[in-house]
Design a protein around this ligand. Structure first.
Ligand code: MTE
Ligand code: MO
Length: 327
């Protein structure tokens, strides 16, 4: 069952991101009450004074205002239930992977320059009607719904969040791929003014891209998310539109998509190109296959720090095992 870790403030600094330290300090301060506050500040140094008192407004999670903001929140699809509590929005919004902006977890501090309107998504390749969708037109034409999904990062942390968006299968029906299409390639924006790492990590194969087979993309779980927690996606979560494939490691769930291409070949993908022996194309969650540098047997829930067993296909085997385990 749940194997409880040491109290968060006992995590060695080397194992915790600055963000972990900050959030845990706040939880600590809240629990310990005002009297202990000064002790906490002394204990953590003067930097935390600013953390606790100086930055409240700046540290709010920013939700874009757009022509389609009025479509949120969308009706919840009750079919997709969770076996664990939802992750605290403030934790999920401040602990992100988005390498274009940062190789640390504080992506939210680095996304201000990004602009989410105007935004277009090009649908191209082996498809009946290649075209460029304005994001607001696309969102208006698709039936938005809310789904609660788990998300498991290959780095062994996990969360559970309410996404808003539409199913990939619905989108595929709409754009009508040709029968020769076997894979879909998804691509993120390329903009060095917004995303510093696209400039400084010049040896990486930007723009970030990912891929799915048609069987995976048409599985009912594959989802294009435009919102989270009942509103549009904050930039750090991949605004204005990102993929969510909850049975695969998080890196497959590509953010801030500008291009969706239908192809007859398995596409080269970002992490598989950078480190092929660590990140494979399928990347299905599997507790029995360790990452070359760490075990995948358990995962850490990011807001409670509990360690729980990893489940094959992240618990979505009944939906997706058939894709991979055909007789
Ligand atoms: N374009 C892009 N998409 C990306 C990433 C990235 O670095 N760039 N990181 C991935 C990884 S490793 C994870 S775990 C998830 C994290 O999603 P979240 O920050 O919304 O929790 O986004 C994925 N999508
Ligand atoms: Mo990840």
């Amino acid at each position: 069952m749940f194997i409880k870790k040491k109290k968060p403030w006992h995590i060695p600094e080397s194992q915790a991101t600055p963000e972990d330290m900050y959030l845990n300090r706040r939880q600590f301060v809240k629990k310990a009450g005002l009297y202990t506050l000064s002790a906490g500040v002394l204990f953590t140094g003067t930097g935390s004074l600013i953390d606790i008192f100086g930055k409240r407004k700046e540290e709010m999670i920013k939700v874009p205002e757009t022509p389609t903001s009025n479509l949120y929140p969308a009706k919840k699809n009750e079919k997709y239930t969770l076996n664990r509590p939802l992750t605290d929005e403030k934790v999920a919004g401040k602990y992100n992977n988005f390498y274009e902006f940062s190789s640390g977890k504080s992506v939210w501090r680095n996304v201000d320059k990004m602009e989410v309107r105007p935004w277009t998504v090009e649908v191209t390749g082996l498809v009946e009607k290649p075209q460029v969708y304005d994001i607001d037109r696309l969102v208006k034409e698709m039936p938005l719904e809310e789904r609660l999904y788990r998300l498991r990062c290959v780095e062994a942390w996990a969360m559970a969040v309410p996404w808003t968006g539409f199913s990939m299968a619905e989108f595929i029906k709409k754009v009508k791929p040709l029968s020769s299409a076997k894979y879909i390639r998804f691509q993120t924006f390329l903009n060095k003014d917004w995303a510093p790492q696209q400039k400084y990590k010049f040896w990486h194969p930007w723009p970030y891209n990912e891929g799915l087979s048609m069987a995976e993309a048409t599985n009912e779980l594959a989802f294009l998310a435009t919102g989270i927690y009942g509103h549009e996606l904050p930039k750090q979560h991949g605004a204005p539109i990102r993929l969510v494939v909850p049975w695969k490691y998080g890196f497959k769930s590509i953010k801030s998509i500008v291009k969706i291409e239908f192809t007859d070949k398995q596409p080269a993908t970002f992490w598989n190109t950078v480190v092929p022996n660590e990140y494979d194309f399928l990347a299905n969650v599997n507790p029995d296959v360790p990452h070359p540098r760490w075990s995948q047997a358990t995962e850490r829930i990011i807001d409670t720090d509990e360690r729980v067993p990893t489940i094959k296909y992240n618990g979505y085997g009944k939906y997706v095992a058939g894709i991979y385990e055909k007789a």
